[in-house]
Design a binder for this molecule. Structure first.
Ligand SMILES: *[C@@H]1O[C@H](CO)[C@@H](O)[C@H](O)[C@H]1NC(C)=O
Ligand SMILES: *[C@@H]1O[C@H](CO)[C@@H](O)[C@H](O)[C@H]1NC(C)=O
Ligand SMILES: *[C@@H]1O[C@H](CO)[C@@H](O)[C@H](O)[C@H]1NC(C)=O
Ligand SMILES: *[C@@H]1O[C@H](CO)[C@@H](O)[C@H](O)[C@H]1NC(C)=O
Ligand SMILES: [Zn+2]
Length: 577
């Protein structure tokens, strides 16, 4: 199981994430540890009111049943993709060459039309794609959105059907020069190492792998003579690592203009894959929601003066107190059973062979027993990465104030970043921050405003505190984990892995996952209710550390299964939806 990865030979596999999402992925590993922890005692006996379920024989949820694989009738290349050595060698080369093109973006990037030189590598990537995937470029319509966004349309024979939308991003994060010597192979070498069966390099896992997998799948379907009924669209941004401001946002608006609200059958983008939660027990976790995001700039606006005649508290002191207040009062845990993380816990509890009965009861009985739920939340709250998935987080990331030893700081500002819990909202976080700002303002005789000019307490002689919202994103809508669209996705994953990848006695289940970060899909909410962030690869703990960091790599079997998944999903969406 993941938590004990060191004890067994690490399974070669692929994982897919970037740093902002690391929390979500790490959580999976922590659950592995959590579930095996021997010191996890059963909840104490109930006292006081009788528990809702009465005495013996606790009820348990049973939500992680094995589902039936959805077998496509058009399956010409699935075996070839997964097992043919010629295909494999050519896939390695296609991915490797894509990694060699350093499509790096920074946090701030110019408009592509204004600075083509800045984006020279993206133009090289586009030529590379044209050359490498000739059928795609012959038979699909290609539109360039905001110069570099790639929008491919494979027209289906039944235009009244909602299109299927595949996403990925072309850009990668930079490589820190100081770390280059720590890379086993140069970061843009795309080196394939037969020893490990890994392809190495920046972007190998985030997300040239998915980008190339989508092209490979569509190219192969075209070669195989597949004709979709349902239009297939590929929408590929170029600045996901800088929030998709130029790429995904333009692509999504363009698509919204063309197709309208709720016009897309389903959207697949980068995300989580499959984890091994216990020996030979695999669980797929397509991400069906993301936490929200909000930054506030908080300013203590006082008066300057000579520091030889200072007030009791400078703006720096007051900012410090406010920060201390925030940190002393973290957000409450709010865990509901629709939190996707509960699905993974449930699957593990239902199917793990090594987990103790008590732990299983705690997890599975939690919906029916408040004390078990408390126990579960209490445990999750002690795991740094897991706890981030069940509450709104806060992090003061920037602070500024003062310039000179003998001058009082007129203004001190800091930035606080929050990732907003499911079922909470940006306004709830705003209210809470204002509450603490008010407390500190009152204590020191300052005024209080929000967003610069909306005064809650009038300005005083000393000054005022201001809380300004800089950037906001509500938690993403929860995509369904049942119903017809989900069934085709889950059935396809089940088939690819049960019948294609895992051919022995492994068990394979499907649930959902949660990100604490945000993908390019944040611009696409209006286009579809069915947004899943998923790569068809088995995730390995060892790979986690390399994302956005040194020695990023991807395993070849994981890359091949990702191609097979896209191939089969396109087919199944035509045959079953
Ligand atoms: C493809 O379909 C045929 C006929 O339905 C079946 O016999 C064969 O096993 C399938 N191959 C794969 C790889 O699923
Ligand atoms: C694939 O590449 C390996 C070397 O990595 C080589 O040994 C093998 O013969 C190749 N297979 C084919 C079918 O070209
Ligand atoms: C890193 O090295 C490259 C190539 O030597 C150089 O162009 C770039 O400016 C360097 N970046 C930093 C942050 O030093
Ligand atoms: C969705 O549409 C509504 C109404 O047209 C708009 O206000 C909102 O900003 C859109 N959201 C996204 C994420 O595009
Ligand atoms: Zn990414």
């Amino acid at each position: 199981m993941i938590g004990l990865a060191e004890k067994k030979a690490p399974k070669k596999s692929l994982w897919q994430r970037h740093r902002t999402f690391l929390g979500g992925v790490v959580a999976l590993i922590i659950i592995g540890t959590f579930l095996l922890e021997q010191s996890f005692h059963p909840p104490p006996p109930h006292h006081g009111a009788k528990p809702p379920h009465g005495g013996k024989g606790h009820r348990q949820s049973n939500k992680c049943k094995k589902i039936e694989p959805l077998i496509p009738s058009f399956n010409r290349s699935i075996d070839i993709i997964l097992h043919d050595s010629t295909f494999r060698n050519s896939s390695i080369e296609k991915l490797s060459n894509a990694i060699k093109i350093p499509t790096v973006v920074q946090d701030e990037n110019p408009e592509p039309a204004e600075d083509p030189d800045y984006y020279e590598h993206f133009y090289v990537l586009h030529e590379y794609l044209e050359k490498t995937f000739p059928h795609v470029h012959e038979q699909l319509q290609l539109e360039k959105i905001n110069e570099l966004g790639l929008l491919y349309t494979w027209e289906g024979s039944e235009p009244e059907l909602k299109p299927l939308l595949l996403m990925a991003h072309q850009d990668v994060v930079p490589v820190n020069n100081e770390t280059i010597s720590s890379w086993n192979f140069p970061p843009f070498s795309g080196h394939y190492d037969p020893e490990t069966d890994f392809v190495w390099g920046r972007g190998s896992n985030d997300c040239k792998n998915l980008l190339i997998a989508e092209f490979e799948a569509v190219e192969q379907l075209l070669i195989d003579g597949f004709k979709p009924k349902r239009t297939v669209v590929m929408s590929l941004g170029f600045d996901e690592e800088a929030s998709g401001i130029l790429g995904a946002s333009s692509l999504a608006s363009f698509l919204h203009e063309r197709y309208g609200d709720d016009s897309i059958y389903s959207i697949i983008d980068e995300g989580e894959g499959i984890v091994e939660v216990d020996k030979d027990v695999f669980v797929a976790t397509p991400i069906n929601t993301e936490k929200g995001y909000v930054d506030f700039e908080i300013s203590i606006l006082g008066h300057g003066g000579h520091s030889s005649v200072p007030p009791e508290h400078t703006t720096i002191g007051i900012a410090s107190e406010l920060i201390t207040e925030f940190e002393a009062n973290p957000f409450d845990y709010e865990f509901e059973f629709d939190n996707p993380i509960y699905g993974l816990l449930t699957c593990t509890a239902e199917h793990s062979k090594s987990l103790s009965k008590d732990v299983k009861k705690t997890i599975l009985g939690a919906p029916f027993c408040p004390r078990r739920k408390d126990k579960l939340v209490d445990y999750m709250s002690k795991q740094p990465h897991l706890r981030s998935l069940i509450r709104t987080t806060q992090a003061v990331d920037i602070i500024n104030g003062g310039v000179k030893a003998n001058a009082l700081p007129e203004t001190t500002r800091f930035l606080i970043n929050h990732r907003v819990n499911l079922h909470s909202s940006v306004s709830e976080v705003f209210e809470r921050n204002l509450e603490y700002a008010k407390k500190v303002a009152k204590k020191y005789g300052y005024g209080l405003s929000k967003n610069g000019n909306d005064f809650i307490i009038p300005e005083t002689d000393l000054g005022h505190i201001d809380v300004t919202l800089l950037r906001e994103l509500e938690p993403a809508p929860l995509s369904p984990s049942s119903g017809p669209v989900w069934d085709v996705l889950a059935g396809t994953i089940q088939d690819v892995f049960e019948n294609g990848v895992l051919q022995n006695n492994e068990e394979f289940y499907i649930t959902t996952g949660l990100f604490s970060g945000n993908t390019d899909t944040k611009y696409y909410w209006n286009l579809s209710k069915n947004i899943y962030r998923f790569v068809g690869s088995i995730v390995d703990a060892d790979l986690l550390k390399t994302l956005h960091s040194v020695n990023e790599h991807v395993d070849v079997p994981g890359h091949l299964s990702a191609i097979a998944f896209v191939y089969e999903y396109i087919v199944n969406v035509n045959e079953y939806a």
